[in-house]
Write a protein that binds this ligand. Structure first.
Ligand SMILES: Cc1ncc(COP(=O)(O)O)c(C=O)c1O
Ligand SMILES: N[C@@H](CCSC[C@H](N)C(=O)O)C(=O)O
Length: 450
């Protein structure tokens, strides 16, 4: 009984009411799919629907992605007693009950908290998810998803992926008797070769961290669902954010993000986000969150919500800067730059079909570990730091930083270049970023090509 109540209040609240009202008018719920300017129901249709209703109608409308980030559906989150424009931080562990056997919408913040419900509803809309959850970190989000895998089952994942993800999958292999296959996820045949009736998860990063390889989520989802109907396609969408890419609308079953990155945008909190395409999966995910207690704390929910509202603005500036920097490095220095906004990227077309932009993470090699180290250490505006998605620009060497937990021999087997430099581009003036990078490259002995 109590369990059911918890599941209800973590739903994006009256979204279903909204859709019921619009039934027969729109085939495209407002929270599904991209704005394409041409859905079956126009806003005029919805105005007409409203005019025919005896009472005020909650109107589902489709907005463009940047509007979606900042506009919080009034019926989508929590109802605040005082109509606060910014939903307050419900800094409470418990909620009072009217009687011993009747709890209200909330009883205990591990099970649910209004500030959390609010950001979850907003993120569900952005991701095109039936339901979303916010937890204590991106790794926590993946941990919850991995609990859907039983011992004896199999996971297929990339041969290029975040070091912490690799670490968790290795733990599952050694401690939980799960078979983990690492394959090149740009190669459909390589995935097909590992699919069995025992496959439970196909876990994709796209773009991958740090080699920026692109997976064709649509083609992979179709293949996996046909060949291994019990398998779930899970996409780590951290590098793109829901502003640029919505894998649930491309066939994936679950999407997750490190909210520590673009969603929050300022490197002032750790968070993870999970979005599910259906209620059955959502119920399983909610069970694990409540059972293990990794739901995001109220203050961090508030910060995450504040960050999401400026996501479009930040991402537009960051990726415009990244595009200029990628072109500069490729054209002026002749470096091999890995960035899906460059025509030279091997999966440029696939990425362009799936995402609204290239994002703001790129990587390149110098040909020598010592030179790369000199470049990284000579930069001034570019801070040496792990992570990405922050408003400040960051520079790193993945093999000794974010991916150091992958043993050196495995990095070698998977062709992860030790001299790789990763740039995470921020919102500074692109000219300043380029000048600073030029002087760091020059200090390390690299110059414009003749
Ligand atoms: C692609 C990717 N996914 C997931 C994570 C994990 O996120 P968090 O650090 O928030 O646990 C990271 C980085 O940490 C990452 O780079
Ligand atoms: N010491 C940390 C490293 C975090 S890396 C963070 C981020 N995902 C990135 O790619 O830079 C760890 O061992 O997890």
């Amino acid at each position: 009984m109590q369990q059911q109540q918890h599941q209800q209040h973590t739903l994006p609240l009256p979204t279903d009411d909204v859709l019921d009202l619009a039934q027969g008018v729109t085939k495209t719920p407002f929270f599904e799919g991209e704005y394409d300017g041409a859905s079956d129901a126009t806003n005029q249709d919805l105005d007409d629907l409203e005019a025919r209703q005896p009472a005020p109608v909650l109107r589902p409308r489709k907005y463009r992605p940047s509007t979606d980030c900042v506009f919080v559906e009034p019926e989508g989150g929590v109802r605040d007693l005082y109509n606060a424009s910014s939903v307050p931080i419900y800094q409470t562990a418990t909620f009072k009950q009217g009687s011993a056997d009747e709890m209200g919408e909330y009883d205990y913040s591990r099970s649910g908290n209004p500030t959390r419900t609010h950001v979850e509803a907003h993120l569900a809309k952005l991701m095109g998810a039936k339901r979303s959850f916010v937890v204590s970190s991106g790794m926590s989000a993946l941990d919850i998803i991995c609990r859907l895998v039983n011992s004896g089952e199999e996971v297929i994942s990339g041969d290029d992926l975040y070091g912490g993800t690799n670490r968790l999958l290795s733990f599952m292999r050694t401690h939980n008797k799960v078979t983990v296959h690492h394959v090149d996820t740009t190669d459909l045949a390589a995935i097909a070769a590992k699919l069995t009736p025992n496959t439970r998860l196909v876990l994709l990063e796209t773009p991958t961290n740090p080699l920026i390889k692109i997976a064709d989520v649509t083609a992979i989802s179709k293949l996996v669902h046909e060949r291994s109907p019990d398998a779930l396609v899970v996409v780590d969408n951290t590098m793109m954010s829901p502003y640029l890419q919505k894998p649930l609308t491309q066939g994936a079953d679950i999407v997750y993000h490190s909210g520590t990155k673009y969603l929050s945008g300022h490197h002032d909190l750790m968070a993870g986000v999970v979005g599910c395409k259906d209620e059955a999966l959502a119920a399983k995910i909610y069970f694990v969150i409540n059972a293990t207690g990794c739901g995001l704390a109220p203050f961090d929910c508030f910060l995450l919500m504040r960050g999401v509202k400026t996501l479009a603005l930040r991402m537009d500036k960051q990726q415009a800067n990244a595009q200029r920097i990628a072109e500069h490095l490729e054209q002026r220095y002749g470096l091999k730059v890995r960035f899906p906004g460059l025509r030279s990227h091997p999966q440029y077309d696939i990425h362009a079909r799936h995402a609204r932009g290239p994002g703001a993470v790129l990587s390149f090699e110098t040909g020598d570990v010592a030179i790369s180290k000199q470049v990284v250490e000579a930069a001034r505006l570019w801070t040496i730091s792990v992570s990405f998605g922050c408003v400040n620009s960051l520079i790193s060497m993945p093999c000794c930083m974010s991916h150091a937990s992958i043993p050196a021999h495995v990095r070698k087997e998977r062709a992860l270049p030790e001299d790789l430099i990763r740039l995470c581009v921020g919102i500074e003036d692109a000219d300043d970023l380029i000048e600073d990078l030029d002087s760091a490259l020059r200090a390390a002995g690299l110059d414009f090509k003749a």
